[in-house]
Write a protein that binds this ligand. Sequence first.
Ligand code: ADP
Ligand code: MG
Ligand code: MG
Length: 200
Amino acid sequence: MTAVDAGLCARWMAATAALVTEHADELTALDTAIGDGDHGLNLRRGFAAAAEAVGDTPGAVLKAAGTALVNTTGGASGPLYGTFLRRAAKALGDDPTATATAFAAALGAGLEGVRRLGGAAEGDKTMIDALAPAVAAFTGDDFSTAARAAADAAASGRDATKPLVARKGRASYLGERSAGHIDPGAASSALLFEALAGLT
Ligand code: ADP
Ligand code: MG
Ligand code: MG
């Protein structure tokens, strides 16, 4: 598979919603350990709304999905994921399809949006620790291969958050006590990319 169309983007959001629902209790348990225990609930609501997004182009679908996330998701993660999708959408523009290369550039724009909004860098124990390696691994002109590599990189990035001390978000209030737990947002970002890889 080489071209990304509106239908694929809609199926990406639906697949993410399904995975988030399936793993909502795990996300909540991670957030209970180092946050306020609402991450599973926040994202289950947010991605259910994102999965309703419709549009004629990849950009239109992801823009609608991002807006739905911002509007329905409580907590830090809603605006961050919403920005990721809306910035990606903006980079995709009005084209009816996107090549894998154009989609990679859009993911890069999304990541940049999250960095700017949240101010987190890699190693701060946030979703950036899964998103950044995923986006870096999404390369080449075969979408399926790129998406699989991105999902694997996101999972490694998620696991690598475990020993880290949080420097951003709610978990940072715990200081050294945040070490020893996977970051919930890194775990949900791995699901976002697992959903993408599972489409093809
Ligand atoms: P809240 O902390 O407001 O309850 P959630 O529980 O839904 O929000 O999301 C928490 C996740 O959001 C964290 O695990 C982390 O990955 C991510 N996060 C929080 N703050 C930031 C930030 N400034 N930059 C990037 N990601 C962040
Ligand atoms: Mg929380
Ligand atoms: Mg909260």
